[in-house]
Design a protein around this ligand. Structure first.
Ligand SMILES: Cc1cc2nc3c(=O)[nH]c(=O)nc-3n(C[C@H](O)[C@H](O)[C@H](O)COP(=O)(O)OP(=O)(O)OC[C@H]3O[C@@H](n4cnc5c(N)ncnc54)[C@H](O)[C@@H]3O)c2cc1C
Length: 459
């Protein structure tokens, strides 16, 4: 491509990328804040400077972009926390990006989590130390960068005469958790003295022998996802929602992506395609041609019940009497949240729904530990974990929760699928994705480090 055409192409994407796209739901719903406008203006200035100094030497020659379809470095499919994280990290790293979400931001698993920003005390049992350490680091960052969205809370672990986990084991686990956090004060733990057990409103004290409490964090998963999306927009990202991917066809140096926005078919070009489809990931991969590498997955449902009366302002980490699994009781708005379960799921992710067995399982835990609770179930939610396929349908909790990043090829990939991962670790995952993208698209001048991006609650 000659210089003149290259400039035109960049200016074209600049103009498209940074107009306040009235069609998409975020801007319509929330409008742009002063801060976003500031980001956009400074981004445009920076971009203009780059055009003048010819920084964009690696803008591809899209041989079949004769129709002048909008082009991006990266298109992300899926507006859950992982898609939002990649969009934000890609923009922060200096790329241009577009995200497509078929229903609403965080409509999938990202609105059905336990809403914990945590290292995952439970994962110490399965020896996932690096996952716990990374998640604890991310928790610290989120507590610093998103104070309106992520807050500390105490988690109580009651130990009874017949509990499977003995007090010494819990003490070892909590000490390790604290060490892996870098001995931070937010990972400290204590033993609750017997005279204070009465403050744990309604908790069964018969046969209770010890209560530990440790510090972890809670969030609102939907608000967190929306805030990351908004942060990406403020860095110049484009978003379409609702917009469903129809097909992505490999072309020279990238993909031609077709999607449906409302009933209108749209086309865009990208150099790198990121599949953040959550439980739909392999369905999304099916419409990419040639078919990229995928891995066989297990969808494992986790259900929560929303209870209309608050049990406590603090949290409980309980052992299910049925199978010894860890289940949380958490304050949630005016009520409480209890979850979660692990149930093999087969079918369309759209249809995941709390089963009678799951409801019974969770209510049994509630009745065991809070026998005098008088509230009722006001809502239910069921989310799907994406785990690598496993033949043991009974012990899903033993399968690793580490994210897996699968690319179309090792050297110069143009496609990447994000399998699994945690809400807590979305930023760290997105940074790993950007590192892989850099192999193909080369490094750009970083706009800002994601470690420094503040996240605000969207009101
Ligand atoms: C029960 C449960 C509890 C959990 N609790 C926690 C917790 O407390 N803390 C924690 O850190 N992690 C937790 N997790 C993990 C975490 O919630 C998930 O890993 C995370 O939300 C997954 O996000 P995602 O973006 O990959 O998927 P999703 O949130 O499912 O996003 C995928 C998106 O892709 C969209 N999509 C699909 N197909 C298309 C298409 N063709 N075109 C456009 N868009 C498409 C979907 O609409 C969806 O919005 C929990 C998970 C579960 C299941």
């Amino acid at each position: 491509m000659d210089t003149k055409r290259k400039r035109t192409s960049v200016i074209h994407s600049l103009g498209k990328g940074h107009s306040l796209n009235k069609g998409h739901s975020l801007t319509k719903e929330y409008g742009f804040t002063k801060e976003q406008l500031y980001h956009n203006v400074s981004f445009i200035k920076e971009r203009q400077k780059n055009i003048e100094t010819q920084h964009y030497t690696n803008i591809p020659s899209y041989t079949n972009n004769k129709n002048n379809h909008p082009n991006y470095d990266i298109i992300v499919i899926g507006g859950g926390i992982q898609g939002a994280g990649v969009l934000q990290a890609a923009q922060a790293a200096g790329y241009t990006s577009l995200a497509l979400e078929k229903s609403a931001w965080a409509a999938g698993t990202s609105s059905k989590s336990s809403k914990l920003i945590h290292g995952g005390l439970r994962y110490l049992q399965s020896g996932e130390f690096s996952l716990v350490k990374e998640s604890l680091q991310e928790r610290s960052l989120l507590l610093k960068n998103a104070p309106g969205l992520v807050h500390h809370n105490w988690f109580h672990i009651p130990v009874y005469r017949h509990s499977r986990y003995r007090p010494w084991k819990i003490w070892v686990g909590l000490t390790l958790y604290w060490l892996l956090s870098g001995c931070r004060k937010e990972a400290r733990f204590k033993i609750v003295s017997k005279k204070k057990w009465g403050e744990l409103k309604g908790l069964k004290t018969e046969n209770l022998i010890k209560v530990f409490k440790y510090c972890d964090a809670q969030t609102d998963d939907v608000k967190l996802t929306e805030s990351v999306i908004q942060s990406a927009i403020s860095l110049g990202a484009e978003v379409r929602c609702p917009a469903t991917l129809i097909s992505a066809t490999q072309i020279k140096g990238g993909y031609k992506v077709s999607y449906e926005e409302g009933s209108v078919k749209q086309t865009a070009i990208c150099r790198f395609l990121v599949n953040a489809g959550g439980p739909w990931i392999n369905q999304v991969a099916e419409v990419v041609s040639p078919q990229p590498n995928t891995i066989p997955i297990e969808l494992v449902q986790g259900a929560h019940l929303v209870l209309d009366k608050k049990i406590n302002d603090e949290c409980f980490y309980l052992e299910s009497p049925e199978d010894g699994r860890a289940v949380f009781v958490l304050p949630w708005h005016e009520g409480s949240l209890i979850g979660t379960t692990e149930t093999a799921f087969d079918g369309n992710p759209e249809n995941s729904k709390t089963t009678d067995k799951e409801r019974e399982y969770l209510l049994n835990i509630l009745n065991t530990y809070f026998p005098d609770y008088t509230g009722t179930v006001s809502a239910e939610m069921a989310g799907l974990r994406v785990l690598p396929q496993n033949n043991d349908k009974e012990n899903f909790h033993q399968i690793s929760r580490e994210v897996q990043l699968i690319t179309d090829e090792k050297q110069l990939p143009h496609y990447l699928g994000i399998y699994g991962g945690k809400l807590t670790g979305y930023r760290a995952t997105a940074q790993k994705v950007v590192k892989i993208i850099e192999k193909t698209l080369c490094r750009r001048d970083q706009r800002i480090s994601t470690k420094d991006l503040l996240l605000k609650e969207i009101l």
